[in-house]
Design a protein around this ligand. Structure first.
Ligand code: DGJ
Length: 474
């Protein structure tokens, strides 16, 4: 599906700077009024929300997000974060719910991934499950931790046991059925039923139906279970796929892809599906990770989209850069970001520094891969966003927003790499008080790479950042 080819200019990448027209009352810095996919989110303290491989639990009317904290330098476990939100838009950092242990299986230089929390109906305890491993992924098992309160601190208890033995697989997920029974899901399709206290496995209810199928997630609508997962492509995205069944014991029927072929699940990997049950309907929120190895803490983002669920059909037919959810009614609503454009040659607003190439073919483009090259935009407004056509030679861009006193309002790192060219929202500031600001976009001269056990190198092959159009609002 060649959805963007007309926009590709000789491998250059187009960045549209979008300054949204803010029509409602200005909001304090750090607040959002919709779910924005594919952009770094800032929490209540102005830090990037770092919660990957996550799940969400609704507890006493509030949403709690648990995810991998990460750093920008290695894949070593640095803790699982907990955030909370009243609306799924604005996240408050609660705490590191499970920190790195002083030693042992979740100690320094280990791997901890895909935390999933469930409240045990019988005991009222909150149980966190996770994939525990070595940095080389050769000591894999499902671990668990417990806490009396949802935000933690969680106490690591070691491996989850089935017949006295650890469940030794990699990617895992969880599912809590309507009757309160808890399940742990493993890649390939293994499903284990948990004991009443959620602290061990009582039965294996399904054996793997395939060899791949990482990042497993299950949700249920009426009498149908939907089992989502991905192919095995390390930190690269792929076209995720799903199965359906009317029993967790199967038989599971393969149903193919749920996002358009070639979008690589809108450049994300499944982690969880959250049913948002309201007075009018239930919206099934697909939660995907847009990894950005190695800068997972700063640049990895989230693809959260409403699923269309109809019988055994599951789909995300289009990518909604912005959308709203009414958590009372359960109704998903469209949202917009902004409309007007200003050409990159408009020097009333843009100042370039360093070596930029200005092309003037069918779509004029200003581009640079020179470390330290930058552009700055002076504007008056309340929110600024950055549209990017990322692609195979995209690199990291540093984005800073300062006020007229030169104070840093926010700083964000954006990864312009995707396996195929894709125009999408790459950065969006929270709403800030209406005023005069300067946005600076700098070429970092870095890009993301990783390798597999056979030392094949994957990821970007360049550091390119480009500008085509600017949106400005007075
Ligand atoms: C894919 C998995 O889904 C992730 O959780 C992580 O383990 C990466 N592989 C590591 O390459």
């Amino acid at each position: 599906m060649n959805f963007i080819s007309k926009s590709i200019i000789n491998g250059s990448f187009i960045i549209f700077l979008l300054i949204a027209f803010h029509i409602s009352i200005a909001q304090r810095p750090g607040s959002y009024n919709a779910i924005y996919s594919g952009v770094p989110w800032l929490d209540d303290k102005g830090n990037v929300v770092s919660a990957h491989g996550a799940n969400i639990v609704k507890d006493n009317g509030r949403y709690y997000l648990f995810g991998e904290a990460h750093t920008d330098t290695s894949n070593a476990f640095v803790g699982f974060n907990c955030y909370s939100s009243p609306d799924l838009y604005n996240w408050k950092f609660e705490r590191i719910a499970l920190p790195v242990q002083a030693s042992g299986k979740l100690g320094p230089n280990r791997v901890g991934e895909r935390p999933k929390v469930m409240k045990c109906p019988k005991t009222g305890e909150y149980i966190m499950y996770m994939h525990v491993d070595t940095l080389g992924y050769i000591d894999q098992f499902v671990g668990y931790a417990t806490s009396k309160t949802i935000t933690g601190p969680y106490v690591f208890k070691g491996p989850l046991l089935f017949n006295g033995k650890p469940v030794k697989k990699w990617d895992m997920g969880t599912f809590q059925d309507k009757d309160g029974t808890g399940y742990v899901l493993l890649h390939g399709g293994d499903i284990y039923k948990l004991s009443d206290d959620y602290k061990s496995v009582s039965e294996q209810v399904n054996k793997a139906m395939t060899s791949g199928f990482e990042s497993p997630a299950i949700f249920r609508k009426d009498s149908i279970y939907y089992f989502l997962g991905s192919h095995l492509t390390s930190w690269e995205k792929n076209d995720n796929y799903y199965y359906t069944a009317t029993s967790l014991k199967g038989p599971w029927t393969s149903r193919g892809l749920f996002a358009p072929e070639g979008t690589l699940t809108w450049n994300s990997q499944t982690t969880f599906v959250l049913p948002i049950e309201g007075s009018k309907e239930t919206t099934y929120l697909f939660m995907g990770d847009r990894w950005s190895f190695p800068k997972q803490a700063s640049a990895a983002t989230y693809v959260w989209q409403p699923l269309i669920v109809s019988g055994t059909s599951l789909s995300i037919p289009k990518f909604r850069e912005a959308w709203k959810i009414n958590t009372s009614t359960g109704v998903a609503l469209p949202s917009t970001i902004g409309k007007k454009t200003i050409e990159n040659t408009d020097n009333r607003f843009i100042t370039y520094s360093g070596n930029w190439q200005h092309e003037s073919d069918s779509t004029s483009v200003s581009s640079s891969d020179e470390k330290g090259a930058s552009l700055s935009v002076k504007f008056r407004g309340t929110q600024i966003g950055l549209y990017g056509l990322s692609g195979p030679t995209g690199g990291y861009a540093r984005i800073n927003l300062k006020n007229t006193k030169g104070k840093m309002v926010l700083s964000s790192l954006v990864d312009m790499y995707t396996k195929y060219p894709l125009v999408s929202l790459q950065f969006l500031s929270p709403f800030v008080p209406k005023g005069n600001y300067t946005l600076t976009v700098s070429v970092t001269g870095e890009h993301g790479n990783w390798s597999d056990k056979r030392k094949n190198v994957y990821g970007s092959t360049g550091n390119l950042v480009s500008l085509d159009k600017i949106f400005i609002n007075d």
